[in-house]
Design a protein around this ligand. Structure first.
Ligand code: ADP
Length: 500
């Protein structure tokens, strides 16, 4: 037995107190004495004793009252009542008031030790039981906290989570699952997944895992949510306990609609680019074949025509590749613009100056109109030049001979507005929304001879978008078109925030 216990001997007789002390001192870590109930209570209030040996008959506060007071101070304290009148009645009374045992006087040292040891053992058992109880309560609290933390995490997840028991009844689900599967909460919990979920593929997966769980570690499949045209990636796996016993299934659902859409757009883009690259190359290859085959060598005029056509195709290939590089540069460069303070009027003059020879070749007049002094803008010069160049060169390309192009700049709201007005072919209403798509070119008799990649407006729009601006078109077939660009005049830092 652990002998590091402490004991308080309470007796008004000095001989009794000292006698007990002598006997107990050899076994206990601490033996203290008190000659009255009051002194015992005062000592108990100051420190803990494992055991109190209390004489029942003392002047002043008697043993029974002392017992009550000591138990009030420490309900786990073990007490032995020492009495000269070891009647059954006293024993019953003392036990009722919480005494552990009664020791009748006179007693031998062995009798005293036997009672004390048994009481100390009881005290140690009580304390151990109390420790275990507290430990269990703490663990329960920890589990409850852990559970609520887990629930909070699951509830905040963007991915849907659905857990079923062995019978396929839903035992846990999060708001994302109800949202993604278009269910209302009441239909999920405690319902069988087969009744709750409308997606047959998902139900099949869960049932397969429940049926063949041991052979299946994880199933993954794309499932369609028809009503909303959404695609979900569903991963279903068995849930096992620590012994590997199957308890049910867990399904994790991720909305991959956007990813699929991006994937589709990427494939479409790659196939369009391949097509656009292949067409001129095939023509060049054909012409080269003709030259090598000696089909044109007799006629130098014919040969020259073939070579100059090949060159034109090679040039259009170069333009296409430059445009493609521009597109990828815009995407990569969105974070690294060289922003500076720019004078829009000066950029307009520069761009028109560069394109003037091209316009003059067809008798087209380029003009610039500005509504007073324009404020400076914060932008990357390259970006503004590229947007204007694309719009003005289109206005020339798709113009009639002897036509006109006016670039008008003004302020509207918090924006710099640049209008590029031409007197050209115009654009049919059904085409105006499509001309900003990559590779879209209007196919009409009048445009057949005009070369281009179909990327110029897509590039211009991407640049303007990156400044949180807008580009619009108003047009009338046969009369002309006006392309309008709106660039915000605000601080670039704020614009960035708006873009991201
Ligand atoms: P590209 O000029 O290389 O074909 P763009 O993306 O610049 O490509 O233009 C897409 C299409 O929009 C052009 O093919 C043309 O049909 C039409 N378009 C663009 N600008 C004009 C304009 N100013 N007037 C008439 N049509 C235009």
């Amino acid at each position: 037995m652990d002998e590091s216990f402490s004991v308080l001997v309470v007796d008004d007789e000095r001989g009794m107190r000292e006698g007990c002390r002598r006997i107990l001192e050899r076994h206990a870590a601490l033996v203290d004495t008190a000659e009255s109930g009051d002194e015992a209570v005062a000592k108990f209030a100051r420190r803990h004793y494992d055991l109190a040996l209390v004489d029942i008959r003392m002047p002043g506060m008697d043993g029974m009252e002392t017992l009550d007071r000591l138990r009030a101070l420490d309900p786990d304290a073990v007490t032995i009542m020492v009495t000269g009148y070891a009647s059954l009645q006293t024993a019953i009374e003392a036990t009722k008031r919480g005494a552990h045992d009664v020791l009748p006087k006179p007693f031998t040292p062995d009798q005293l030790l036997a009672k004390v040891f048994s009481a100390v053992e009881r005290r140690q058992l009580t304390l151990e039981a109390k420790r275990l109880r507290e430990e269990r309560e703490r663990r329960l609290l920890e589990i409850a906290t852990e559970k609520s933390r887990l629930r909070t995490v699951i509830n905040c997840m963007q991915d849907g989570v659905l857990v079923t028991n062995r019978d396929g009844d839903v035992v846990l689900s999060n708001p994302a699952a109800t949202r993604l599967l278009l269910l209302d909460d009441s239909r999920l919990l405690e319902h069988n997944v087969a009744d709750a979920a409308r997606q047959a593929e998902l139900v099949d997966m869960i049932e397969k895992v429940l049926r063949e769980g041991d052979g299946v570690s994880m199933l993954a499949r794309e499932i369609a949510v028809e009503r909303e045209n959404r695609v979900l990636m569903a991963n279903v796996a068995p849930v096992r306990d620590e012994n590997g016993e199957r308890l049910g299934a867990v399904a994790v659902l991720r909305d991959i609609t956007q990813l699929k859409e991006l994937d589709r757009a990427k494939s479409q883009f790659v196939s369009m680019v391949s097509h656009e690259l292949r067409a001129p190359l095939a023509v060049i290859e054909g012409y080269l074949g003709m030259v090598l085959g000696g089909m044109a060598t007799d006629d130098p005029v014919e040969e020259r025509l073939i070579l100059s056509r090949s060159r034109a195709r090679a040039q259009s290939l170069l333009t296409l590749i430059d445009d493609l590089l521009d597109i990828s540069r815009i995407e990569a460069g969105q974070l690294a613009k060289r922003v500076e303070t720019l004078d829009p009027a000066e950029i307009c003059r520069d761009v028109l100056g560069l394109l003037r020879p091209q316009a003059a070749a067809r008798g087209i007049v380029l003009r610039e109109e500005s509504a007073g002094d324009l404020p400076r803008i914060q932008a990357d010069r390259e970006d503004v030049v590229r947007v204007l160049t694309n719009l003005v060169s289109n206005a020339i390309k798709y113009n009639r001979d002897e036509g006109q192009v006016v670039v008008r700049s003004s302020i509207e709201g918090g924006y710099l507005r640049l209008d590029v007005v031409d007197t050209g072919l115009g654009i049919a209403a059904e085409d105006t929304s499509k001309i900003f798509d990559e590779f879209y070119r209007v196919k009409r008799r009048e445009t057949r001879e005009i070369t281009g990649t179909g990327l110029g407006l897509a590039i211009a729009k991407r640049i303007v978008d990156s400044y949180n601006g807008v580009v619009k078109v108003a047009s009338e077939l046969g009369k002309g078109s006006t392309f309008s660009v709106f660039l915000p005049l605000g601080d670039i830092a704020n614009m960035r925030n708006a873009i991201e």
